[in-house]
Design a protein around this ligand. Structure first.
Ligand code: PHE
Length: 444
C-alpha cells in the first residue's frame, strides 16, 4: 500500500534527512578518526568520497523511494516484482535495528551527561573525567537505564508519525544544532593558543594518511550520510511527486560535511589551546570535553549547550533508524504505527542490552578481543553498510526501470541527459568496484 504520510514541505524533508545523516558519525566518530588518521588530509579525502560517492548513492536511494512512494521493502517489491531484490529492504531493516541497538547505548550516555550538565554535576575542578566515563559505562544499571531512556524518547517521537513527530522535532532540533555549534566555535576560536589545533585539524599532512585511513574515510562517508541502509528510501517516499531531488540531496551532503567541519572547529582548537592531546576511543568526547569546558569561563553553561546539541543530532538519526522498521510494519496505517512503534522500540531496546552491558567487564559480553558493542558496530559499519551500498548501486544501475529513472532524472538535473548516462555508468561500474575493494579490506 502506498503510504499517505508526507513531509509538509521540501524544507521539512531536507531537515529530517539532514537530521538522519548528521549524528554520531559527524560528531562522535569523526573527531576521533581525524585525531588518529591524518588530520586535514583525512578531512579532504572524506569530503571527496562524500561528494563523489556518497552523493550519487543518496540520490539512488531518493530515486527508489520517491518514484514508488513506498517504504523500503515495498518499494523494491514494486520495482522488481518476482525477484529477491526486496531483501535489500529487509537487510536495511536488520541493519538499522542493530545500528540503533548500539546507537542508543551512546545516546544513553549523552542523555546522562546532559542531565548531569544541567544539574551542575558534571564539572568539578580537578575531577578525573576518564574515571567518570568508565564508572558511567561500566555500571550495568546506569548503562541499561540510560539506553532505555534514549529509546523511550526516540519511540515517543516516531509514534507521532512523519509530520507531527519526526519533521516537527527536526525543524526545532536542526536549526538549534547549527546555532549552538556557532556559539561553540566562536568560543573555541577565541581561546589563546588555539592556532595549533586549527592547524592540526585543517592543514593536510599526507604523510600521516595511511591506506587504512583512506578506506576508513569511505566507510565514514557512508555512515555519515546514512546511505546503504535504505533508510533514505523510506524518508524520500514521504516526498511529494513534484519536489526536486537534486538540490535537497546536495543540501543534505553539504550540511553533513559542514557539521563535521564544525565539530572539528569546535573541538580541536579548544583542545590544543588547553594543552590537551587528542586521544582515541569512544570516550574521546566524554573524557576531553568536560576537561576542556572546565577551564573555560562559563564552562558549565557551554558544556550543557554542547550536550543538548549532541543529543539533538543523535536523536534525529535515531528517528530514521526506527522509522524504516516501523514504516515497513505499519505501511501507512496510523493505528499500526502506534502499536508497532512501541513493540519495535522495545525489541530494539532489548537487542541493545548486551551492547549496553559491554563495558561492565563481565566476560559474557566480551567475545574474543572485542566487547559486543564493538562487534555490533563492526557488523553494521564494515559489513552490512558496504553490502547495502553495493546492492543499491547495482539495483539502480541495472534493475531500476529505465523510463522511471528518466522521469526522476528530470528532478535531479533537468535537461542534462548526458549526466544521467554518466550517473548510470558510475552506479554500474565505478561505485561497486570501489565498494568491493573497501569491503574486502575492511573485513580483513
Ligand atoms: N548517519 C548517522 C550518523 O552519522 C547514522 C545512520 C546510518 C543513520 C545509517 C541512519 C542510517 O550518526
Amino acid at each position: 500500500m502506498k503510504s499517505n504520510e508526507q513531509w509538509t514541505s521540501k524544507l521539512g524533508f531536507i531537515l529530517a534527512t539532514a537530521g538522519s545523516a548528521i549524528g554520531l558519525g559527524a560528531i562522535w566518530k569523526f573527531p576521533n578518526v581525524v585525531a588518529t588518521s591524518g588530520g586535514g588530509a583525512f578531512f579532504l579525502v572524506f569530503m571527496l568520497f562524500t561528494f563523489g560517492i556518497g552523493l550519487p548513492l543518496l540520490l539512488a536511494e531518493f530515486v527508489i523511494g520517491r518514484s514508488t512512494g513506498k517504504e523500503a521493502v515495498s518499494a523494491y517489491k514494486e520495482l522488481a516484482p518476482n525477484s529477491k531484490w526486496h531483501y535489500v529492504g529487509y537487510l536495511g531493516m536488520i541493519l538499522c535495528s542493530i545500528l540503533l541497538s548500539f546507537y542508543s547505548v551512546v545516546g544513553g550516555w549523552i542523555v546522562l551527561y546532559t542531565i548531569r550538565g544541567f544539574t551542575g554535576q558534571l564539572l568539578s575542578p580537578g575531577a578525573d573525567y576518564g574515571q567518570l566515563f568508565t564508572d558511567t559505562v561500566s555500571n550495568p544499571w546506569i548503562a541499561v537505564l540510560s539506553q532505555g531512556l534514549f529509546m523511550l524518547i526516540t519511540t515517543m517521537v516516531v509514534v507521532k508519525g512523519v509530520k507531527g513527530g519526526i519533521e516537527k522535532a527536526s525543524r526545532i532540533m536542526m536549526p538549534g544544532l547549527f546555532i549552538l555549534f556557532v556559539i561553540l566555535i566562536i568560543r573555541s576560536l577565541t581561546l589563546p593558543g588555539m592556532a595549533a589545533g586549527l592547524e592540526y585539524f585543517l592543514k593536510p599532512d599526507f604523510s600521516r594518511l595511511s591506506s587504512e585511513a583512506v578506506l576508513y574515510a569511505l566507510g565514514q562517508s557512508f555512515f555519515c550520510l546514512s546511505v546503504g541502509a535504505s533508510c533514505m528510501v523510506t524518508y524520500s517516499s514521504y516526498l511529494g511527486k513534484n519536489e526536486p531531488l537534486g538540490k535537497p540531496a546536495l543540501s543534505v551532503v553539504s550540511l553533513n560535511v559542514m557539521t563535521s567541519l564544525m565539530a572539528g572547529l569546535a573541538i580541536f582548537p579548544a583542545l590544543f589551546a588547553l594543552g590537551m592531546k587528542p586521544v582515541e576511543g569512544p570516550g574521546l568526547l566524554f573524557m576531553t570535553l568536560p576537561a576542556m569546558f572546565e577551564q573555560l569561563l562559563y564552562g558549565e553553561f557551554f558544556i550543557a549547550i554542547f550536550l543538548v546539541l549532541f543529543l539533538f543530532a543523535t536523536l534525529t538519526s535515531a528517528f530514521s533508524l526506527l522509522e524504516i522498521v516501523v514504516a515497513a510494519y505499519s505501511k501507512g496505517d496510523s493505528n499500526k504505527r502506534v502499536k508497532g512503534s512501541w513493540w519495535i522500540g522495545l525489541g530494539i531496546f532489548l537487542l541493545g542490552v548486551p551492547s549496553a552491558l559491554s563495558f561492565s567487564g563481565h566476560p559474557l559480553f566480551i567475545w574474543g578481543d572485542k566487547p559486543i558493542f564493538d562487534w555490533a558496530d563492526f557488523a553494521v559499519s564494515n559489513v552490512m553498510l558496504p553490502i547495502g551500498v553495493f546492492l543499491i548501486s547495482l539495483f539502480v544501475g541495472y534493475r531500476f526501470p529505465k523510463q522511471r529513472l528518466e522521469q526522476e532524472w528530470a528532478y535531479i538535473a533537468p535537461g542534462w541527459r548526458m549526466g544521467m548516462h554518466a550517473y548510470l555508468f558510475m552506479l554500474r561500474y565505478v561505485l561497486p568496484i570501489i565498494v568491493l575493494i573497501v569491503f574486502v579490506n575492511g573485513i580483513l
